[in-house]
Design a protein around this ligand. Sequence first.
Ligand code: DC
Length: 228
Amino acid sequence: MRRTMDGFIIAVDGPVGAGKSTAARLLAKRLGYRYIDSGAMYRALAWKALQAGLDLDDEQCLRRLVDETCIALESVGDRERILVDGEDVSGHIRKREVEQASSRISTHPDVRCVMVAHQRRMAVHGGIVMDGRDIGTVVFPDADVKFYLTARLEVRANRRHLELQAVDNTRGVEELVEEITARDARDMGRHASPLRKADEAVTIDTSDLRASEVIDAMEEEIRRKAAS
Ligand code: DC
């Protein structure tokens, strides 16, 4: 059944630092949609796995963990909160060890399978913008509009540097270039749902664009799709 624009599902994928979360959050606000940060869900599970001292390569153990964990996303004003079993972990999940662990645990198909089911449940009524790595390819192959955001590596590293200043500013831009390159390689090279552009996704290179210009371009595409 064809959805009206109120109920569209918008998929936003791309590598780290491409500007996905900023664009997806602002776009959702502009359209009156809900924003869902799927990366935060992997980060939240990674946080719990680290707390429990689990082996991040032990898929069975992580599968049990994801099965018994309740991950919830809430909007509070302009920000999102992520809760793990009722505990607000938003302040922990942006840290370096959690970030690296999230990239590792997300390679396991069993973990992904549970996450994807959860993400689909959150979108049953439509009216959502979800960002991640596999949203247009796996989570919502029938998404109404798909975007693939990208940017030059040095721009991505500089953005991450700015973002991380609020969290742990221990990493210089050069170190971030290496970290981003390693994370891209893992996210794009993994066997299960690797990051790739969905065939019909519209690519936006955000390197030289302001956030408002990115969302203008996205909105134009969505309206074009809605009218077609
Ligand atoms: O978007 P992010 O940087 O917060 O995501 C953290 C990690 O989670 C990322 O390195 C890969 C994984 N991830 C994923 O595999 N699939 C998604 N849909 C979102 C994130």
